[in-house]
Design a protein around this ligand. Structure first.
Ligand SMILES: [Cu+2]
Length: 194
């Protein structure tokens, strides 16, 4: 599969490189109309290359969400998310949040999840979550303050959750964070609706 993808991107690169060469000659001519025609022509091979890349990408993922409707957040053994801000596109019908744990420590020692709530509810969700077990992903059962949450994962694992952007009220502040006991201080960020 990797080889196949490499071939596709090599082909896409060749296409765009080739497009560049074709347009170099006419663009050198002084007439303004010629130059405009040349830049219009150069748009074609470029978009061909882009669509070749796009089809290669969709081949590799089974149920790919709509374009731009997904974000990947990495977490590690240092109790850190790699993002301080999560941008959720309001125009998406569904928005997928992928959580990856790039560390090696087990879930019991360094488990991470992503929980989203209003910022003002975060402390309560975290302290109530601490009373839940790891099996319940450190989220109180039926907690209405929680808009979405992923399951708790350990090193090398990956999970995801899909949120409905319409559940975020205009003018409210939202946060994402990890509810593993003791992690909230370092593992939190703001959710921004764009
Ligand atoms: Cu954590």
């Amino acid at each position: 599969m990797k080889t196949y993808l490499a071939l596709i991107s090599a082909a896409a690169f060749a296409l765009s490189a080739c497009g560049g060469q074709e347009t170099a000659a006419p663009a050198a001519q002084p007439a303004a109309s010629e130059a405009t025609a040349a830049s219009a022509a150069s748009a074609a091979p470029a978009s061909e290359a882009a669509s070749a890349e796009a089809s290669a990408a969709s081949d590799s993922t089974a149920a790919a969400p709509a374009e731009g409707c997904e974000v990947v957040v990495n977490s590690d053994d240092q109790m850190k998310f790699d993002k301080q801000e999560l941008e959720i596109k309001k125009s998406c019908k569904e928005f997928k949040i992928v959580l990856k744990h790039t560390g090696k420590m087990p879930k019991a020692a360094m488990g991470h999840n992503i929980v989203i709530s209003k910022a003002e509810d975060a402390q309560g969700v975290v302290s109530d979550g601490a009373g839940a077990t790891a099996e319940k992903d450190f989220v109180k059962e039926g907690d209405a303050r929680v808009i979405a949450y992923t399951k708790l994962i350990g090193g090398g694992e990956e999970t995801s959750v899909t949120v409905d952007p319409s559940k975020f009220a205009e003018g409210s502040q939202y946060e994402f964070y990890c509810t593993f006991p003791g992690h909230y201080g370092l593992m939190r960020g703001t959710v921004k609706l764009i």
